[in-house]
Design a protein around this ligand. Structure first.
Ligand SMILES: [Zn+2]
Ligand SMILES: [Zn+2]
Ligand SMILES: [Zn+2]
Length: 178
């Protein structure tokens, strides 16, 4: 019996026997497995050290995996970036929101562009219809006949005067002779 020999690791602070796989003493919280602690994952809630690969905190049962907001891959929460897509976790929510807003804005602009295109073609069609309508009625055939008739009447008047003058002079000469 040797009181100084411990069967395994034990807490250096309180002497409690350390359970295998446990990094911190469950009684006083002292690190009992420094090698495992160097590779351990801090619980994001209670800061308890948990062995890497554990999914839940051994103390508060909080999730030790951080789901990526971009690819939904769950990475150990002590990583600085997603293990799958490499997106840094710091400010990932803000970046995701900004990208979503950007995408929404792009979609809105696409919609606006489509609407503007439709409206433009509609306006163009309307303008074409109104232009064609205004081009159609040419009220010209009223004016030329009036002018032609005036000329015709003038010519007729001239011819009548000539006939009247000719006959008048002839009649007068007849009167002078007789
Ligand atoms: Zn202890
Ligand atoms: Zn915890
Ligand atoms: Zn990711």
């Amino acid at each position: 019996m040797s009181p100084g020999s411990h069967g395994g690791a034990s807490c250096g602070a309180c002497g409690a026997p350390a359970e295998p796989g446990v990094i911190t003493c469950s009684f006083c919280g002292q690190i009992v497995a420094p090698e495992a602690a160097a590779n351990a994952v801090h619980c994001p809630k209670c800061r308890t050290l948990n062995a890497r690969g554990e999914k839940l905190c051994s103390h508060c049962h909080a999730s030790l995996l951080l789901p990526c907001v971009f690819c939904q891959h769950a990475s150990p929460c002590d990583l600085e970036a997603c293990a799958s897509c490499g997106e840094p976790f710091a400010g990932s929510l803000e970046r995701k929101a900004a990208r979503d807003a950007e995408q929404r804005r792009a979609q809105t602009w696409n919609t606006v562009g489509q609407v503007a295109g439709v409206a433009g073609s509609l306006l163009g069609a309307l303008a074409g219809v109104s232009l064609g309508g205004s081009d159609e009625p040419p009220p010209r055939h009223h004016a030329p006949p009036a002018r032609e008739s005036g000329g015709f009447l003038q010519d007729l008047g001239g011819a009548l005067a000539e006939i009247a003058g000719g006959s008048g002079s002839g009649g007068r000469s007849d009167d002078d002779k007789g």
